[in-house]
Design a protein around this ligand. Structure first.
Ligand code: PBG
Length: 337
């Protein structure tokens, strides 16, 4: 025979052609392994003081900090699209930031007022409050400091009271994002003692010391303040086994759900945690990931909608129950046609 291609050369396929299932839309729909719905989406919202205030976040195209009245409107829009929950982050007045982050415990602070306003107006949407001191400290760290050190046990003591204040204001879920040891157990104990045994704890269990938090820190106003790095409490990006230890410990202390953060660079960790423990796993597609996609789209490098949808489906494929994403409203709208 000449070097010409012959049909029978493909005999080794044994008749198996994986492309058959991909040939038509209906068959692709039929064999699809994972689905993304608006119910998988949690929308992080930045809140500020004022009335009818909307401040764009420079490095996050289409994301703005909202005053509480506008956050309530956002919550209504989110609910109308089937989004299940919001995660609220305050940008605290610089005058109210301090070494010890005391404003975190003020029952009338910005995030507490936002929680109760949204709970009143849109009771059907889940409300997640972040437990950590960085929006309240003058140094931008998640805990209190002595010299260069972030103190663990002293911080945990404050975080338990912060979580309680948030639960009292209407948070359905408290989400410790601080990475102190022992905080989940301490928070669970205090919530239970005070009659909040129904409040869910979503632990940021595997939270890495990441370069992808930059835009968030600008949004909450902690970035320029931050002294040093968070390497002594957040996880080393080189580690996977350490994530399993973190998750195991948080579950033993009473976490209901666990989170991996950031998202896209840590999909292997999502899958590892999902395969290792029988609990709902969430991922946070963080601000830097949002910025990468959005700014690349603005530059004409990728299609925003397609990249958004593909990146979010990846979390379902990696075993996540849901994902925190700044794309939540846009994605839900797209899913709903
Ligand atoms: C801090 C906190 C951070 C984020 C959520 N909670 C930043 C940090 O750890 O410095 C980042 C979220 C994002 O980048 O979108 N408690």
């Amino acid at each position: 025979m000449s070097g010409k291609w012959q049909k029978h050369d493909l005999g080794f396929l044994g008749g198996r052609r994986l492309r058959r299932s991909r040939m038509a839309g209906w068959s692709r729909d039929l064999v699809r392994e994972n689905a993304l719905t608006p119910a998988d989406l949690i929308w992080p919202i930045f809140v500020i003081e004022g009335q009818n205030e909307r401040q764009p976040v420079k490095t996050m195209p289409r994301v703005s900090r909202l005053s509480i009245d506008l956050a309530v409107e956002a919550a209504k829009a989110a609910r109308a699209e089937g989004i299940t929950a919001l995660a609220l982050f305050p940008n605290t007045d610089p005058a109210k930031r301090s070494e010890g982050g005391e404003e975190a415990l003020n029952r009338d602070n910005l995030v507490c007022r936002a929680l109760s306003a949204i709970k009143d107006a849109v009771p059907e949407i889940g409300l997640i409050a972040d437990v950590a001191l960085d929006p309240y400290t003058s140094h931008g760290h998640d805990g209190v400091m002595a010299g260069e050190e972030i103190l663990n046990d002293e911080t945990v003591e404050i975080l338990t009271r912060q979580a309680l204040v948030q639960a009292r204001s209407g948070a359905d879920v408290v989400a410790p994002s601080d990475m102190m040891d022992g905080r989940v157990g301490a928070i669970r104990a205090v919530l239970d003692e005070e009659g909040f045994e129904k409040t869910i704890i979503l632990s940021y269990a595997a939270k890495y010391a990441s370069a992808f938090y930059g835009p968030f820190r600008e949004a909450v106003g902690s970035g320029a303040r931050l002294k040093g790095s968070k390497l002594t409490y957040q996880m080393d990006p080189a580690n996977a086994e350490d994530a399993l230890r973190e998750v195991e410990q948080d579950l033993a202390e009473g976490a209901d759900w666990v989170m991996v953060k950031p998202g896209m660079p840590y999909l292997d960790i999502c899958r590892l945690v999902k395969d290792s423990f029988d609990v709902p796993v969430f991922a946070y597609q963080v601000s830097g990931e949002y910025a990468m996609i959005s700014i690349a789209a603005e530059a004409g490098a990728v299609d925003r909608d397609a990249a958004m949808a593909e990146s979010l489906m990846a979390f379902k494929r990696a075993g996540c129950s849901g994902v925190l994403t700044y794309f939540a409203l846009d994605m839900a709208r797209k899913l709903n046609g």
